[in-house]
Every structure is written in C-alpha cells, then in structure tokens.
Design a protein around this ligand. Sequence first.
Ligand code: KG4
Ligand code: ZN
Length: 355
Amino acid sequence: MIVLGIETSCDETAAAVVTSEGEVLAETVLSQLDEHRPYGGVVPEVAARAHLHHIDRLVAETMDKAGIAFNQLDAVAATGGPGLIGGVIVGIMTAKAIAVSCNLPFLAINHLEGHALSARLSSHSKLEFPYLLLLVSGGHCQLLSVEGPGQYQRLGTTIDDALGEAFDKTAKMLGIGYPGGPAVEAAAINGDGMRFALPRPMKGRAGCDFSFSGLKTAVRHAAMALPEGQFENQDIADLCAGFQDAAGDVLADRTAHALDKFLEAHPQGRALVIAGGVAANQSLRQRLQQLAAERSIELVAPPLNLCTDNAAMIAWAALERIEALGLEAAQDTLDFRPRPRWPLDPDAAAAGAKA
Ligand code: KG4
Ligand code: ZN
C-alpha cells in the first residue's frame, strides 16, 4: 500500500510518499521561516498564500523523487485540521483534486494524530500501543494516552499558550531571533537559571493541564526591570536559562501526573513518547529522560524531521487507519470540510484554545 500525504496546517508546506511497511519513498518539507521572520511569528494569510504558491510543484517533485506515478498510489491524504484554516484548505483541496482526477480514495487526517503516530513510523510499528504522548509544539501542548489509531484519551492540555509559543515570545522579547526555541536553548547554555525567580505555573496542582502565559509575563517583567538600553548578553542568557528551567520543571511535573494516570489504566504501558518541535530541546529531553528512568519507562523521541511538522506522519496516520479499518471504511467523502479545531479526544473537557 502506498499513500501520498500532504501537510499545510501551519508554516511548513510538505508532501511525502510512504508505504505500509513504513518506508518513506520520498519527502519534501518547505519551511516558511523566512516569510514569517520579520513578524516574529506565523502570519496566517502569509502562510496560506505561500502554501498555495508552492503546493503543486512540491507534490510533483515529491512524486518524481519517489519514482512512482499517481495511478500507482493507493490513496491520498491531507491534514484536515486543526490548524490555520487558510493553509488547511489549500492542502485539502489539493488532495481532493488529486483523488478525483486519479480516482483515488481520499483521507482527511487530524494533524495531532499525525504527531501521535509518528513514533510508530520511525520504529516501523515496533513501538506498541498503548503509550503516553507528550506533544509540545508551537501550537500544542498536550498529554495523550495513545491506545490505537483513532483511540486517544487526552489527559492534559494547555489552558493558554503552547510551550513553543512561549519560547518564541520569550525570544522575541529578548530580541534574539525567530524561531525562538533554538535561540533560547542556545542562549541558556551560558546562563544561570537561578538568577531570576520565575514561576512554575500549575506545578504541584492536581491533574495534567499546563499554563505558560504567567511564565511568559514573568519573563517580561524581569526583562523590564533590567537597566534601560540594550540587554547584556549575560542578562539574556540568565533569563533564557531561568525560563527553560521553569518550563522543564512544569513539563516534568505535569508529565509525572499523566504517567501515574496512564500506568494506572494501562499497567502494561512501557513508553513515554515526545513529539513536536519543542522536543528538540536537549535540556527538556534530559528532564523527561530522568522522569522516564525513574518509572522504568522508555523515552522514545522520533528523529527531529519527524518531530516537527512533516507530511510523512500524515501519510503514515492514513496507512494506520487503513490497516485498522480497511481501505473502504477508512476513506473520507469529498464533502469533508476543513476543521480549524479538531480535538483528538472529543470527550475531553474543552480546556484551552488549541484543540
Ligand atoms: O512542531 P513544530 O515544528 O511546529 C508546530 O508548531 O506545529 O514546532 C515549532 C515550535 C516553535 O515554537 C519553536 O520555537 C519550537 O518548536 N522549537 C523549540 C526548539 N526547536 C524548535 N523549542 C525549544 N527548544 C528547541 N530547541
Ligand atoms: Zn504540528
């Protein structure tokens, strides 16, 4: 079985061709970082136009690289949400057009499901269900019990900002570049995380939800209290280290609660999986590694190109659904409507603004 996947829900235009054995025949990811850098964040209209501009060529190039013709595909899949609606429309319309013109089944994939199953792609399905997923990206911060394709229980989510967003805003406040995560991580290496007393929102509270807006505000207040003029490098380093340490404490605390809940319901569970762009952060990884080791659980992190937004995870989520339900039942109809919000676990309380 071979599926073409398309991803356009945020600021990456991506296409990939993947087999049911988990072989990525070809993949292309075009980042829009340069388009958004002047604004210090993703501008939805700019993103949608860029997706539209690039998508046809990107799909054609990816099919060329894979060395197969459209009629050799078994299905075409695209992210149907959640995400920036203009971009999602571009991807879904492209996939529908290919499906109609080549007479192929069409699947709309939940972007979060793509992230949730990406570790199974990189492990060639050796990572077994159930596992606990910590998804930390620019748009999401969630803890999910992953029990099978289409079977998710959300244990926690952010009630305000996503962690990647907080990294990006911290970097913007300190004037150290975009995207903020890698810039904050690099600056923090030379910093003293103890110099500024920053809060650990939600730490020690019951449940597994996150909150990062208070931390972000505290960084702003600390920065504003510094002498006027340009920030000294050491001030920046210390603030970044303080922010990252606080974020690490919060992630470890919330994830520990989620692991307790998850293992209570699934004593056979063996893995904590991290995904999303923030999972690239080495200091945060170490904190989670420590937590996993304490619980005799394996920490699984897909390679970075699968952690950040990509289309291979979308094709793979389609393949997992096809494997579970059969091709006939797995497909969506062409009247599928893009969904700016699309919670993976519809039963979860509607905490937070981000699905
Ligand atoms: O998953 P992703 O590529 O896109 C989505 O948001 O869906 O994640 C991007 C986010 C950005 O907020 C970026 O600042 C953050 O991941 N990020 C990091 C690091 N690398 C990327 N955050 C912390 N440390 C990093 N090394
Ligand atoms: Zn994502």
